[in-house]
Every structure is written in structure tokens, then in C-alpha cells.
Design a protein around this ligand. Sequence first.
Ligand code: 13P
Length: 255
Amino acid sequence: MKPKPLIAGNWKMYKTGPQASELASRLKSLVSDFTEVDIMIAPPFTALGVVAEILKGSPIDIGAQDIFWETEGPYTGEISAPMLKAAGCSYVIIGHSERRQYFGETNQSVNRKIKAAVGAGLVPVVCVGESESERESGQTFSVVQKQLEEGLKGFSAGDLRAVVIAYEPVWAIGTGRTATREQAQEVHSFMRNRIRAACGNSVANALRILYGGSVKPENIAGLMAMEDINGALVGGASLDAESFAAIIRNAIEGL
Ligand code: 13P
């Protein structure tokens, strides 16, 4: 049986507190009846509090876009797992390609962050994916495999039950160039098989692997129909309540 899908919205560095509160309210009114999939949105840190207040009692979960691995201490500008939990988060996105590209995130820092999240009972959404030149030079599988192996180093099969993976090919993010569903399926299936080899069937079968990169209402159903695609991590199209709701609706139709 396939795991329950997750449709997640990564708001990136968009929306002030008041704007976030408007978007979250609108979304709540549009998607509260959809129970076939789990729904999560990840607003910027500064809007977590207000969004959590609005979404109380709704089926929409909240995630953060990053985390620091220490619990507390003199780490100016950082946010810890207990802080995220207290702010209402149940998920946290870790290792997004934009953090790898602009903020020096490495597989090693990703590994420490995942440990902190899992240890605190937050569900990490671990992002992996190849760049355009890596794909063109035939390195897609080796890049993704390294990101997985180093990012998830030291985790038990039990820990992996609390992890979500997001495959986000860098060339498909924010470009309007979605990976074809066959391209995505091929990488998802490869990753699930790596996890199967390391942790066994039951963990691999229960693992949620999301696709991210120019997901829109028009392409989500086709993606969701693929065997190893268990949801989506949506950027731009999650910033508009109607389009995010349409993605969720169409995702359910594609199941
Ligand atoms: P877009 O949906 O805007 O391509 O962004 C994808 C993404 O990076 C989600 O984390």
C-alpha cells in the first residue's frame, strides 16, 4: 500500500506576517475538507506564530524552512527544534537546494539538522536533487545517492520512518520546467530502492518521497499517478491560496 501523500507548500522568503495571515486564512477555508492527503505549509520564521494561531484546529500542518542543530546557546540568528515545536511546527524542510547554493549547506550540516529534528519529534523533509550540469553529465543518480547516504548517515531504520524525502531537481525549481513524470519516477524509484537495500521493505514502502520543481495545478495529477511519487513540495504555486488548493484537489484526483 502506498503511504498517505503529503502536499507541502514552501513559501520561501515571501509573505510578511499580515500577508501570511491572509493567505493562511484563505487556505484554511479552501482545503479543510480534503482528508485524502496530508497538507503542510512552511511560512518564513517570522510568520510561524500568526499562521499557527490561524490554523489551530485545521488539518493543515506547519513546517519551518530550516533549523539549527543545537537546542539553545549563543548562536545569533539561529532557530532550534524546541523553538520550532513551541511555535507550532510539526515539520521542517532541511537541505533545500537554495540553502545549499546560497548559504553553504552541506550534506554534513544536513545530517546534523535531520538528527536534531528527529530527536525533537519534528518530521524532516529532506531535499535532494541534481543541478542541470550534473544531469547533463549523467551524474543524477550518483549525486542523489551521495546526498542521501551522507545526509542520512547514522540513522536507524526506525528513525527513517519519521523522515520525508523531497526530490527537487535544481533545474526544475522556479523555472517552469517541471521534470517529466517519468524522469521524477525514475529517481524516486532509485531512492526507494536504496532505502530498501539499507532498511528493508517495510521502511521503504512507507517512505514518502515528494517531487518538487515547478509543480502546478496542471501537472500534479500526472505526477501523483506514478508509483513512487507520494506528494509534492510546491514553491511558487503555494503562494496563492486558489492555486495551492487546486494542486491539492487535482492531486487527490490523480491518486
Ligand atoms: P517552485 O515550485 O517554485 O519551482 O519551487 C519548488 C521548490 O523549491 C519547493 O521547495
